[in-house]
Ligand binder design. Structure first.
Ligand SMILES: *Cc1c(COP(=O)(O)O)cnc(C)c1O
Length: 653
């Protein structure tokens, strides 16, 4: 928590300090930085120096009619991640002499947006990338998009209709492979295939003994909801052998759960599945693929206290662990090496999108001007005033701490008197104002003294003096994992980074829910309860970015308080464009009326009721007809708005 402060003070401020303060090295993955104007810049293309100024993107998107908050997708970041992952595997395969290939399989549940999937397929074409789906809707969406070569794996619960869809696809020559998760699915599949006289291709998901580590460890382990046990696997194989269909089982799969924090857990699961693979191969089966599932993590910048927000390995180590472990066991047991698959979703999509959140206002404990104080104040108030004067003149840290302790004690007394009715609101206001002025004075001087270790009081003051920055967004819609599982997302100002941010702030959202706030931030030494932010300037917007929101958040996000999908822009980097980018697409977020229809309020009906009500008021002589019309028009217009706030600021440029 305190290291932040040291950085802020050690020397004069520069944009490089902003990079350090917001711990960008931990999470930006080379894609995000700060430019000389003090704006966040984006470097989406691997190995190219093209930087896009995020403020240019916001300005252009605004001028084309996009409203805030807005989600910016840097489409090239998706392709860069696809290429990086595949290159790491290619390198590991080359260096280890692995005899087999690697393919990534993108599980679309992580982000189903058509443009995201299309980008992944395009970037992945040279690597033969495949897809994974886990429900009927996802399957129906993907079937028309894949080519003959695209491997489409189907996990999840499969009913009869889904199995039929998959068999149809196999008949068409598509590489659609059901991954059997429950034994009954296998029985259904076989009987459906039999009536069609087909030999179905299939894979199985196994329940391994290895349990995942982080938040999602339940997905692995023998008590997990998914997968076949070893006895079920043996039964399935005997069935296939009896029907002379042993070759049809092509794939062995496990999935430990998302965001594997500890690479050793993955290594152990791979050992386990490769031993099973080797056994089956020695038994005469022809397994082609070993699929290590998802779980490749992303560094959101958290630390040991937030394992869902940090990992202890990178892409290279991930690829190496998989390739070398499988190779070692196959060499040992003298079986051919399988083709490797991984179902990485989070790692391909998290980095590409940024939520731009305008700050609507700042709330801080207010102080009355000291000059306004009444002379005949009761003793508690004049004692508080005396402590304030002491704090102003105090220099030594023990004196400052004493002032703070005194102020706390007097405050307690004041509260007691207020409860008993002995103190009027005027005096309460005076005492409160003095209290906060003392706190600020004490904290300012303590911080300047750079004490080591930092006194507990200083940390307490930092917490008390954290301002609330009201952001135009909903935690529940845009970063629901922060609320649900305490995942940390990097947050920082998108501009003014050439100025030293001196306010301690906490970002709160629009919902009427006390949980609707960001209460953990990335810092250099782990996480912090507050973020250093700038003072708001009159008539000037202040934008914060919430980063790494491209995986899961969009589709998991909910409609708490009826805040819905935000406007979004899809950006491509292009050196020949004026500002190095072009906006390929603008999507409007959900409107109030669309949102309302989802909970059974229909705009026509609402409009009719409102109009009838206004007519009655006109007839009763309560308002003039012209006013009534104005109010009605205003009401109906608002139904077409987005669900978020109007910005208080008019864009200056
Ligand atoms: C969710 C899921 C994934 C994706 O996991 P990530 O951690 O996002 O890569 C992969 N495979 C299966 C079976 C899943 O259910």
């Amino acid at each position: 928590m305190n290291d932040q402060q040291h950085v802020v003070k050690q020397h004069d401020w520069s944009c490089a300090d902003a990079r350090v303060l917001y711990a960008m090295d931990k999470w930006a993955d080379g894609f995000y930085s700060v430019n000389e104007l003090g704006h966040v810049s984006v470097c989406p293309l691997e190995g190219q120096e093209l930087h896009i100024d995020i403020m240019d993107v916001i300005r252009e998107a605004r001028s084309e009619g996009t409203s805030l908050p807005m989600l910016i997708r840097f489409q090239d970041v998706i392709s860069s991640r696809v290429r990086r992952l595949n290159h790491k595997f290619q390198m590991a395969i080359r260096e280890s002499g692995y005899k087999g290939t690697y393919r990534s399989i993108y599980p679309i549940k992580v982000n189903q947006l058509q443009e995201v999937v299309a980008e992944i397929l395009e970037a992945g074409q040279e690597f033969n990338i495949g897809l994974e789906c886990g429900s009927k809707a996802e399957l129906l969406a993907m079937l028309p998009l894949i080519t003959d070569e695209t491997l489409l794996l189907c996990n999840g619960v499969k009913d009869r209709t889904m199995l039929i869809l998959m068999l149809n696809a196999q008949q068409l020559g598509q590489q659609v492979v059901p991954i059997i998760e429950k034994y009954s699915e296998f029985e259904h599949l076989m009987s459906l295939a039999e009536t069609r006289q087909m030999k179905p291709r299939l894979g199985v998901r196994l329940k391994l003994n290895t349990k995942g580590s982080g938040r999602w460890f339940e997905s692995g382990g023998t008590s997990s909801k998914f997968g076949l046990t070893i006895p079920e696997l043996v039964k399935l194989i005997r069935q296939l052998e009896d029907r002379r269909m042993a070759k049809q089982l092509e794939l062995l799969h496990f999935h430990l759960g998302s965001q594997i924090a500890d690479i050793q857990v993955l290594r152990s699961a791979i050992r386990e599945i490769t031993q099973i693979y080797a056994d089956l191969m020695l038994r005469g089966m022809h397994i082609k693929y070993v699929d290590v599932g998802g779980g490749l993590g992303v560094n959101y910048g958290g630390d040991y206290d937030t394992p869902e927000s940090s990992i202890n390995y990178g892409l290279r180590e991930y690829a190496n662990v998989i390739v070398y472990t499988v190779k070692e066991i196959c060499d040992e047991r003298q079986v051919p090496m399988p083709h490797l698959l991984s179902e990485s979703g989070r790692a391909l999509t998290a980095h590409h999108s940024v939520l731009v959140v305008p700050v609507l206002g700042v709330h801080r404990p207010d102080s009355l001007p000291i000059a306004d104080f009444l002379a005949d104040a009761p003793a508690v108030v004049s004692r508080m005033a005396a402590v304030f004067r002491d704090a102003q003149s105090a220099q030594k840290s023990n004196m400052l701490l004493e002032c703070y302790h005194d102020a706390q004690e007097i405050r307690q007394e004041t509260e007691q008197m207020a409860r008993l009715g002995y103190l009027s609101v005027e005096y309460i206001a005076q005492s409160d104002s003095l209290y906060w002025s003392i706190c600020r004075e004490v904290l300012r001087k303590l911080a300047a003294a750079e004490l080591v270790p930092v006194p507990a009081e200083q940390m307490e003051l930092e917490k008390q003096l954290t301002d609330m920055y009201l952001g135009d967004f909903s935690v529940f819609h845009s970063i629901i994992d922060h609320w649900a599982i305490g995942q940390v997302f990097p947050v920082m100002p998108l501009h003014r980074l050439q100025e030293k941010p001196e306010r301690r702030g906490q970002l709160v959202d629009l919902t009427c829910d006390s949980d609707g706030k960001v209460n953990k931030y990335v810092s250099m030494s782990g996480t912090s309860d507050f973020l250093f932010l700038h003072d708001l300037r009159r008539d000037e917007p202040y934008y914060l970015g919430i980063f790494l929101v491209g995986a899961y958040q969009e589709i998991l996000g909910d409609a708490h308080n009826l805040f819905g999908r935000v406007d979004e822009v899809h950006v491509y980097a292009r050196a020949e464009e004026t500002n190095g980018f072009w906006i390929e697409e603008l999507l409007k977020g959900i409107s109030v009326k669309e949102m309302l229809s989802q909970v059974q309020y229909f705009p026509n009906d609402l409009g009719r009721r409102m109009s009838e009500f206004i007519r009655r008021q006109i007839n009763a002589g309560r308002i003039k007809p012209a006013e009534g019309t104005r109010i009605l028009n205003n009401y109906t217009q608002r139904l077409g708005d987005t669900t978020y706030c109007d910005s208080y600021f008019e864009e200056s440029s």
